[in-house]
Design a protein around this ligand. Structure first.
Ligand SMILES: [Zn+2]
Length: 383
């Protein structure tokens, strides 16, 4: 069960969402069993029977995304009693000429002459969702995705979530980032409009839900809901073969971005993310985790413990910093991130900083007040 604190809840003194540094228990180290195997553009690496790894480039500092192709078979649509062999794709890459070209290369030799039967998207971020519309149309294949992710993609694609909107600039300014009051400056810091990477969203979808089982080929996958990184992320777990397609919820070497967005300013995404990790905390050491960035790895429990410790340390530092003097989020960036940040990095960092502060505030560990300048200032609560 997830312990969700909604934005309408008042801060409480309960201690349910505060992570603690993990006790030193014996867990298997993180290992990369595929060693130096890495699929080139347009190529695949088989990581388990019928499960293929492919990579697409991204024009960002994070320069790649891992995608997965699963051998599948479904009842034939026009011939009752027969099955149709093919593929289920997991995530798509952004919509740009290079990614389309890579998919065409795969089509010519890696699909083994079989059609794409389904396109499954873990969450709505552009590197995962971008080409879903093109792949679904090209193969007349349905999109499988959770409802919140589908609807968020539709809204983002429509331009309703404009990064440099007044609500976004107001949100950043309310946490002390004065430069963000200039929408033109803020627009420069963005990665680009969502609709430039996800120009269309398929007109219909099949709903994925946490806890549901999904048969793909000869494997049964359980959907693991994940919260805090995106609205309703779905990871897939094959318990029998010990495979976890983790999406962005469990990455081997970078910590998942957890940000408070302007449209949900009093949200508690860090608490939701940490609660979601609990579902992955007891995976057997041998489970092969297939992440969206980085290399497939084992040692999921160790990685979960590392991430919990990482966030617990940041939270403890914030409590200490706010014990003597009250601070706004912008003043605390250096403490959290330990290095100067450019404008683009600051957009992510502000969301992350507010995520940590909101968790402490909603847990009753910090008090928050709006000062005369309209900036939220946080101070450690007296116990
Ligand atoms: Zn993501």
């Amino acid at each position: 069960m997830l312990t969700q604190t909604t934005s309408s809840m008042r801060p409480s003194s309960s201690d349910t969402t505060m992570p603690r540094p993990e006790a030193l228990v014996s867990r298997a180290a993180i290992q990369y069993p595929l060693e130096d195997q890495l699929p080139d553009t347009g190529q695949t690496v088989e990581v388990a029977p019928g499960v293929f790894w492919l990579r697409m480039g991204l024009p960002f500092a994070l320069n790649h995304i891992n995608l997965w192709m699963l051998r599948d078979h479904l009842p034939h649509p026009t011939q009752p009693g027969k099955v149709q062999e093919g593929w289920t794709l997991i995530d798509c890459g952004i919509d740009n000429p290079a990614t389309r070209e890579a998919w065409l290369q795969l089509e010519s030799h890696a699909l083994q002459g079989l059609p794409v039967l389904r396109v499954l998207v873990t969450h709505m971020h552009p590197d995962h969702m971008g080409l879903a519309h093109w792949l679904c149309e090209r193969w007349q294949a349905p999109l499988w995705i959770s409802t919140s992710e589908y609807q968020s993609a539709l809204l983002a694609c429509s331009g309703l979530y404009n990064f440099a909107s007044q609500s976004t600039t107001a949100f950043y300014a309310s946490h002390g980032w004065q430069q963000a009051k200039d929408p033109a400056a803020l627009a420069k810091f963005s990665m680009g409009l969502y609709s430039s990477m996800v120009p269309k969203v398929p007109a219909a979808y099949v709903r994925l839900m946490a806890g549901a089982s999904l048969r793909i080929g000869d494997r049964t996958w359980r959907c693991l809901g994940g919260y805090g990184h995106s609205p309703e992320h779905m990871a897939l777990h094959d318990t029998e073969s010990r495979l976890l397609i983790s999406g962005d919820m469990l990455l081997p070497s970078i910590s998942t971005n957890i940000s408070v967005p302007a449209r949900e300013p009093d949200g508690n995404p860090l608490a939701w993310f940490l609660a979601s990790l609990d579902e992955m905390a007891d995976l057997p050491d041998a489970t092969l985790v297939l992440p969206s960035h980085g290399r497939p790895f084992t040692g999921a429990a160790t990685r979960v413990a590392q991430l919990k410790t990482h966030h617990a340390e940041r939270l403890a530092e914030l409590l200490q910093a706010c014990a003597q003097t009250e601070h706004c989020a912008h003043e605390l960036l250096l403490l959290i991130f330990k290095r100067p940040l450019d404008g683009h990095q600051t957009t992510f960092a502000m969301g992350e900083a507010v995520a940590h502060l909101n968790l402490l505030w909603l847990d009753g560990k910090l008090q928050r007040r709006l000062d005369d300048e309209g900036v939220y200032r946080f101070k450690t609560a007296q116990s």
